[in-house]
Design a protein around this ligand. Sequence first.
Ligand SMILES: Nc1ncnc2c1ncn2[C@@H]1O[C@H](COP(=O)(O)OP(=O)(O)OP(=O)(O)O)[C@@H](O)[C@H]1O
Length: 269
Amino acid sequence: MFSRPPPRLRFQPLKAGEELIRFEHVRKAFGSKHIYDDVMLSVYAGETLTVIGGSGTGKSVLLKCLIGLLRHDSGRIFFQGQDLTEFGEEDFIHLRRHVAMVFQGAALFDSLSVGENIAYPLHEHFPDMKPAQVRERVAEKLALVGLPGIENMRPADLSGGMRKRVGLARAIATNPEVILWDEPTTGLDPVTTETIDQMIRSMQKQLGCTSIVVTHDMVSAFSVSDRIAMLANRRIVQVGTTEEIRRSKVPEVRAFLDARGQELGRAAS
Ligand SMILES: Nc1ncnc2c1ncn2[C@@H]1O[C@H](COP(=O)(O)OP(=O)(O)OP(=O)(O)O)[C@@H](O)[C@H]1O
């Protein structure tokens, strides 16, 4: 009988503040288009780190390389000291039970109900889970994102904000320790944006999750982050606390913030 090899990932419970993820001299190109020449970045357990940068600088690609949806060309990506460069697809499937991604646009399956969408990763990662346990887990996660009892609705009937929250409920169904947020507030109105920002913060406070957020919404970035890293010129040009970034003299960061000064001014007024 075919048997799966044992997962390579040895996952240990996290201690807040310990280095959890490290990008070391990571390079990535698509054909002749160089995305990263030398990306260096550490992420610490329990923090919310936001990656900012202009359009097309490779913010989403960074998240995808971390969970094996894309492979980097050289350099190393470590997760709890384990080198993901050596991981195969089976290992990444196991990793994605611990590191879940909330996709831009939620990426729900329109042919499935909300409940079936949230149950999907449970079937993938816990095939022996009993139907009653699955139903209970789905209900628990929907309640956590403030949408109790909508299991039977269809994704097509949901507002943009609701879709994002269902996408979050699906991402956290397996109780992951790390949540990756790809443009969580893009295309949302200010009130819904504030709700999603609160969700990011509450995942950290209530569940102790580590979050990596990718956004070009600087109001959200300053609101949710412990630290901010900026991607420009194919590398991380600065990483620091929100205050350090606000007062940054790094030219790429300054230019990025100044271009968004109006947006930030509006949020402050
Ligand atoms: N699978 C792929 N094949 C080829 N090119 C890709 C692929 N994925 C991303 N790219 C390219 O890599 C670059 C970085 O993409 P990425 O989505 O990470 O940008 P981003 O910084 O998240 O931008 P945005 O803020 O506009 O979403 C873009 O030029 C994109 O077209």
